[in-house]
Ligand binder design. Structure first.
Ligand code: ADP
Ligand code: ADP
Length: 237
C-alpha cells in the first residue's frame, strides 16, 4: 500500500482569460521509506505539486490519497489536522525563530499541538532526541545566528520530525547552502531514510542534489517526464 497515491491530478490557474496548466494529469505512488527527488526546471510544476502534497492547496481535479484517505477535498480544520500530524515541512529559508534556542524552535510543533497539551518535560525530551538524531547534540541552547546554515537546516529538520510525520516534504532544502553544507543536510536525509525508514519527498532543480534520492521523478511542463529508481545514488559522507 503506498503512503502517497495521486491519480490524474491536475492544477489549472485561471488568470483572466488565460489558463495556466501547472499540473497535467499526474499519477504517482510513493511507498513508505522511499526517498523521492522531484526535479525539473523552473515553471515545470514542482512547487504546485509540493503545495498539493502538503495540503497547502487543492487540485483542480483528480485524487490525492495520503495513507489511503482522500485528502484532496477536506475542510480547513481537517486539512490542518492532516498537515500537523502527517507532514513535516522543510523549506529553503529554514523558517526558524531567531530569538529562541534550537531546542525551543524544535519544541514549537508540540506547543501548538491541536490534540492537547504535551508536558514541558516531554516536549523537552522529544526535542532533545530529535536534535540528537540530526547530529546536533550539544547545540541545543545555541540560537540560530550561532549556527551554520547547514546546522540551521538540521534544526528545521528536527522540528519537522517532532510529530513523527508520515512524510518529510522538503522544498529546495539546500537552495540557501553552499555545496559543503548541502552535503551535510543530504547526509541527514539519507540517514533518516536508511535508519528509520522515513518517507521523503525532496524538490530541487539541481541534479547534484536530486542524485541523493533513491528514486528520481523528473517534471517538464506539468507532466512526469521520467520516473526511475536511482540504484547508484550519491552517498553523502
Ligand atoms: P516550479 O516549482 O517547477 O518552478 P510552479 O509549480 O511554481 O513550478 O509553476 C508551474 C506553472 O504554474 C508556472 O507556469 C507558474 O507560473 C504557474 N503558477 C504557479 N503558481 C501560480 C499561481 N498562484 N497563479 C498563477 N500561476 C501560477
Ligand atoms: P515557493 O516554491 O516557495 O512557493 P514560488 O516562488 O514558487 O515559491 O511561489 C511563491 C508564491 O507565488 C506561491 O504561493 C505560488 O503559488 C505563487 N506563484 C508562483 N508563480 C506564480 C505566478 N505565475 N502567478 C501568480 N502567483 C504565482
Amino acid at each position: 500500500e503506498p503512503v502517497i497515491s495521486i491519480r490524474n491530478l491536475t492544477k489549472t490557474y485561471q488568470m483572466g482569460d488565460i489558463s495556466v496548466h501547472a499540473l497535467r494529469s499526474i499519477s504517482l505512488d510513493i511507498h513508505e521509506g522511499e526517498f523521492v527527488s522531484v526535479i525539473g526546471p523552473s515553471g515545470s510544476g514542482k512547487s504546485t505539486l509540493m503545495h498539493i502534497l502538503g495540503c497547502l492547496d487543492q487540485p483542480t481535479s483528480g485524487q490525492y490519497f495520503l495513507n489511503n484517505k482522500d485528502v484532496s477535498h477536506l475542510s480547513d480544520d481537517e486539512v490542518s489536522r492532516v498537515r500537523n500530524q502527517q507532514i513535516g515541512f522543510v523549506f529553503q529559508g529554514f523558517n526558524l525563530l531567531t530569538r529562541t534556542s534550537a531546542l525551543e524552535n524544535v519544541e514549537l510543533p508540540l506547543l501548538y499541538n491541536p490534540d492537547g497539551a504535551v508536558s514541558a518535560a516531554e516536549r523537552k525530551s522529544r526535542a532533545m532526541a530529535a536534535l540528537a538524531a540530526v547530529g546536533l547534540k550539544g547545540r541545543e541552547h545555541h540560537h540560530p545566528n550561532q549556527l551554520s546554515g547547514g546546522q540551521q537546516q538540521r534544526v528545521a529538520i528536527a522540528r519537522a520530525l517532532l510529530n513523527n510525520p508520515t512524510m518529510l516534504l522538503a522544498d529546495e532544502p539546500t537552495g540557501n547552502l553552499d555545496s559543503r553544507t548541502s552535503v551535510e543536510v543530504m547526509n541527514i536525509f539519507q540517514k533518516l531514510k536508511d535508519e528509520r525508514g522515513i518517507t521523503i519527498v525532496l524538490i530541487t532543480h539541481e541534479h547534484d542534489v536530486a542524485a541523493y534520492g533513491s528514486r528520481i521523478v523528473s517534471f517538464k511542463d506539468g507532466q512526469i517526464l521520467s520516473d526511475v529508481a536511482n540504484e547508484s545514488r550519491r552517498i553523502a559522507l
